[in-house]
Design a protein around this ligand. Structure first.
Ligand code: NAD
Length: 478
């Protein structure tokens, strides 16, 4: 752990390192492949965690004190421009590295993060004046944040977190997922080149280049890390909360979508396919199981199969699908997470029709396809007698994660009843699930959705702490 007293010598080391190193290459030029050397972590003695956090402490201090809102806004605007030029490269790299998702949607997610993540303009100050003077509440940075990111959206999460955290006045050290290390380091490298070109302090954004559970835990428990942002499955959120630090905990989900007999069935079919197959179902907010009121189930299924969903109804093929995408214990076979529907169909010996995006299988509620968070374009469809039964089943299938849910209905009261009853962080009515994170909707982009700890879809405000100042007996103007 780095103590405050050690900081002056660290400054000297960081500055010497900067002088020694030619951090050359601009965003328009050729950039070497990512290594610890050009991802902004200073070399020298101490562990990589210590060095990254020490550099982040110094950079954050300057970012907060010396860079006013106008300057930060300009730097973030430039960052968005620079990242846009690399969206295609990021999408290809993360697809090649993780083998999950598809190029078109990966690029769309990355551009969404670049364009629609809220920045410094998002802040407001609360002021209350009264008989006794003025009360002011302002949002203030935490300092250095440790951000652990998932393999399912590695680039979009890094860009989304970076913009939010810098806008909040913080610095960040990313803990990459081992399966998305190259994509994360490359993103952080290009973020750094952009920040350097616009004169931001060195070390503001970095990433660990060697990842292990020990390194992640060392980062989270580091004395100079003031906030943890943990985006991933239950393990990382639990580990972050166990560190005793304030945490933005963005955990897993199993979002149900419910269709009742009043819905526009053709639109519901298209919306469900669009949301559920987006990046091959990798987003945590994507539809994971479909509940449909029986009297419209056949029509919905027909509309879906006419629109690039492929139904498997042969019991022998369903069995084959089960043994392929599930383990013997009934959990998810990770080899199929984020794979194309055509790839899964081919593996069970079915010639995939041209343009297929989603596999549809009728199951009951207890089936592992419905119970497990599959994260692949395979949607279990469960018939329910009526809306009330559908809502009760949806609530059970969400497992109390309070993450996300969707409904397609034109019954106004049911739209409200389900939103209220599910208690999810994200709730979408009559649109694909991705409307919740800003695709074709007015919502800001969010790739860290704090379900467990309650901050919700994160914005710069989620990475700040509130500070109050009271001025007695003055500053009231009426
Ligand atoms: P993951 O949990 O395997 O990894 C996430 C990060 O946590 C990685 O950086 C990993 O190295 C680290 N990590 C994992 N376990 C850890 C532990 N015990 N101690 C310390 N660090 C640990 O996540 P994944 O499989 O890449 O992503 C998919 C999961 O993430 C799904 O469950 C999905 O729903 C969830 N997710 C949630 C959100 C959200 O905003 N709520 C967003 C994306 C993904």
């Amino acid at each position: 752990m780095i103590e405050t007293a050690e900081l002056p010598s660290l400054v000297a080391r960081v500055m010497a390192e900067l002088k020694k190193r030619d951090v050359s290459g601009s965003l328009s030029g050729n950039v070497a492949s990512p290594t610890a050397e050009n991802v902004s972590i200073p070399t020298g003695s101490g562990s990589e965690v210590d060095r990254s956090v020490a550099a982040a402490v110094l950079a954050q201090e300057r970012w907060h004190r010396e860079y006013d809102i106008r300057r930060r806004t300009k730097i973030i605007a430039r960052l968005r421009e620079d990242m846009t030029r690399h969206a295609e490269e990021f999408a290809r790299l993360s697809l090649d590295e993780t083998g999950m998702g598809n190029l078109k949607d990966k690029k769309a997610k990355i551009l969404l993060a670049i364009e629609k993540t809220p920045g410094p303009e998002y802040f407001t100050t609360k002021a209350v004046s009264g008989d006794n003077g003025l009360m002011l509440e302002e949002l203030s940075p935490f300092g250095v944040i440790a951000s652990l990111c998932p393999s399912t959206n590695p680039v979009a999460t890094v860009i989304n977190n970076t913009i939010c955290m810098l806008a909040a006045g913080d610095a960040v050290v990313f803990g990459p997922h081992p399966g998305a290390l190259r994509s994360t380091l490359r993103t952080v490298e290009l973020v750094n080149l952009s920040l350097r070109d616009s004169g931001a302090p060195f070390g503001l954004v970095s990433a660990l280049s060697e990842v292990s559970l020990e390194a992640m835990n060392a980062l989270m428990t580091h004395g100079n890390v003031r906030l943890i942002s943990a985006t991933g499955g239950p393990g990382v959120v639990k580990a972050a909360l166990s560190s005793g630090k304030p945490t933005v905990g963005a955990g897993p989900g199993n979002p149900p979508v419910l269709v009742d007999e009043t819905a526009d069935i053709e639109k519901a079919a298209k919306d469900i396919i669009a949301g559920c197959s987006f990046d091959n179902n990798l987003p945590c907010i994507a539809e994971k199981e479909l509940l449909v009121v029986n009297c419209v189930a056949d029509k919905l299924k027909r509309c879906m199969t006419e629109n690039s969903a492929f139904e498997i109804s042969d019991p022998a093929l369903i069995r084959k699908l089960e043994t392929t995408v599930l383990t013997e214990q009934g959990t998810v076979n990770k080899a199929f997470v984020g794979k194309d529907a055509s790839h899964i169909l081919e593996r069970i010996g079915v010639a995939a029709p041209e343009g297929v995006r989603l596999i549809l299988v009728e199951t009951d509620e207890s089936h592992p396809f419905a119970q497990e968070e599959l994260l692949m374009p395979l949607l279990p469809m469960i018939r329910v007698p009526d809306f009330d039964a559908g809502l009760t089943a949806a609530k059970r299938l969400e497992h109390g994660f309070r993450h996300s849910a969707c409904i397609h209905s034109n019954h106004v009261k049911r739209l409200s009843d389900m939103a209220r009853e599910m208690e999810t962080t994200m709730f979408v009515k009559n649109a694909p699930s991705y409307a919740a994170i800003g695709v074709d909707s007015d919502a800001p982009a969010a790739f860290t959705i704090a379900t467990t700890t309650g901050q919700g879809a994160t914005t710069p405000l989620s990475f700040c702490r509130t500070r109050r100042c009271v001025l007695s007996g003055a500053f009231r103007i009426v």
